[in-house]
Write a protein that binds this ligand. Structure first.
Ligand code: NAP
Ligand code: MG
Length: 503
């Protein structure tokens, strides 16, 4: 295996716009993997074509790492974990790395955002907003190294007992394509703040943002091997990471089906797992809701990122007294949404990420039709090039229909009527998922009462999608295990040691 110690050129690219910078990056990206602080050639000869979902053209080709590549990355991460340049630094030095990364994300936000938009189709303005909000994520975690305390335990006078909070070791991070920079940052920032090292496996549909991010981490001066990026397919590279005995923890975001496989495979080495999985999030709209705000927000809720959001509010439960009005307004709003290239300023919906996803989503729409739901708006492909699906509103949806039960991950909302508060709670909770929920009412008593009864990891009152690094995020029921963000994420990335001294 050849090791190239040469870093791809990082001369500032003189460009006219972020999309040019992103295209220039796609053109220069190599098939090398980022291991031990160097861009190294892969062991095997398997590759992945990265497709632009807007045009269906090939953007770049990256490597599909095999188990040997993953092993090499894990060994590099383990060596970095033990190396004094990472294990013996002061908390303040760790903080400085995180702050430096935050600054570099801010500097390169437009380019990172444009690379994501190119490879997975998110409208650029949304992608830029998401990328910029990662600056706050790194700054939030930059505060943690100096604030992770142990405790003094109660003992007799002849002994002294205390706890220390320690990192786990190598963390394997496996992420989906629907927000490559977001999931990479959540996982890497937490791992670095807590003193772990990382092997990141990006999604095969969206590896370029993560590869560019690796260059940025290198620019931040992180010691070699602290973060490694191994592109590849889940069944090979992802599975190898999960099986590897030297990986202490897997932090995974993706589908519930793959989450189950990961948990089963991780049991063989008893590694820790955090799982952020799918959702089928209910929205409850009460008669006293501010309908202007509710309709505008919900529309963006289930169509934003073309519905490819784990917390998308897709099961829209509307009180029967306002059902017709809400349906009418949602249909009008949906028909006015603008589909287009992620880089058009007016675009509200980009394409779905891939042909496979396009076929799944259109499959769900036909299933909705055959099971008797009514398409009130949309329901078809848009245009003839790119993976565009019209924002789709289904009416008359019954609780047991497939489109009310399964995560579609496309711009599809299912409207249902409810009669009273307890009916709304019962039906809202009638799902194997429990990631998010949204309640619309001006009655604050009712808002909090219903929030307490809905079984979801985050409940939004008169809003959606508000996720802040200060507060924990994660799923109830089959939407996941563990929490990201907030103080709780620190627990998930550390372990506690008790030290006892007998005088
Ligand atoms: P996915 O198929 O589960 O893939 C997620 C990641 O896991 C990818 O990197 C994938 O590699 C990898 N993978 C696949 N099989 C694997 C295996 N056997 N072992 C180890 N890794 C494996 O999910 P997706 O379709 O990309 O993403 C959409 C799903 O993610 C939705 O269900 C959505 O709800 C969920 N999601 C959840 C959250 C959350 O925070 N709760 C956030 C976003 C998305 P490949 O790229 O090669 O498939
Ligand atoms: Mg997959």
């Amino acid at each position: 295996m050849e090791t190239s110690t040469q870093v791809p050129t990082r001369r500032p690219i003189v460009t006219k716009s972020p999309v040019d910078a992103a295209r220039a990056y796609a053109a220069r990206v190599t098939r090398n993997l980022f291991i031990g602080g160097a861009w190294v050639s892969p062991h095997g000869e398997a590759f992945i074509d990265v497709i632009n979902p807007d045009t269906e053209e090939r953007l770049a080709t990256v490597s599909a790492a095999d188990a040997e590549d993953v092993d090499r990355a894990v060994r590099a991460a383990r060596a970095a974990f033990e190396h004094p340049s990472w294990s013996s630094i002061t908390p303040h030095q760790r903080t400085n790395y995180l702050l430096k990364i935050a600054d570099l994300i801010a500097t390169h936000a437009d380019e990172l955002a444009a690379i994501s938009s190119l490879e997975m189709g998110m409208p650029f303005l949304m992608s830029r907003f998401t990328t910029n909000s990662m600056v706050d994520v790194f700054r939030y975690y930059a505060g943690w190294p100096t604030k992770m305390f142990g405790k003094t335990n109660p003992t007799d006078t002849g002994s002294f007992s205390y706890t220390v909070r320690e990192p786990l070791g190598v963390v394997g991070a496996i992420i989906p394509w629907n927000g490559p920079i977001l999931y990479a940052c959540w996982k890497i920032a937490t791992a670095l703040a807590t003193g772990n090292t990382v092997v990141l496996k990006p999604a095969e549909q969206a590896p370029l943002t993560c590869l560019r991010f690796a260059e940025i981490l290198q620019e931040a001066g992180l010691p070699d091997g602290v973060v490694n990026v191994v592109t590849g397919v889940g069944e090979v590279a992802g599975a190898a990471l999960v099986e590897h005995p030297a990986v202490a923890k897997i932090t995974f975001t993706g589908s519930t089906a793959v989450g189950r496989q990961i948990m089963a495979a991780a049991s063989r080495t008893l590694k820790k797992v955090s799982l952020e999985l799918g959702g089928k999030s209910p929205v409850v709209v009460f008669p006293d809701a501010d309908l202007d705000r509710a309709v505008a927000t919900l529309l963006l809720g289930f169509t934003g990122n073309s519905g490819q959001a784990c917390t998308a509010p897709t099961r829209v439960l509307v009180h029967e007294s306002i059902y017709d009005e809400v349906a009418e307004r949602l249909v009008k709003g949906a028909s006015e949404l603008k589909l287009g290239s992620p880089f058009e300023e007016t675009t509200q919906l980009g394409p779905l990420v891939s042909r496979e996803r396009f076929e799944r989503v259109t499959g769900y729409i036909s299933r909705g039709r055959t099971e008797g739901a009514r398409v009130l708006s949309g329901g078809d492909r848009a245009g003839s090039r790119g993976y565009f699906v019209q924002p789709t509103v289904f009416g008359g949806v019954k609780d047991d229909m497939t489109i009310a039960r399964e995560e579609i991950f496309g711009p599809v909302g299912a409207l249902m009527r409810f009669s009273d508060e307890s009916d709304a709670v019962l039906r809202g909770n009638d799902t194997e998922y429990g990631l998010a929920a949204s309640i619309w009412t001006k009655d604050t008593g009712r808002a909090h009462r219903v929030a307490r009864q809905l079984r979801a990891g985050i409940v939004w009152l008169n809003t959606v999608f508000e996720i802040d690094p200060v507060a924990p995020f994660g799923g109830y029921k089959q939407s996941g295990l563990g929490r990201e963000l907030g103080p709780e994420s620190i627990d998930d990335f550390t372990q506690i040691k008790t030290v006892v001294l007998r005088y």
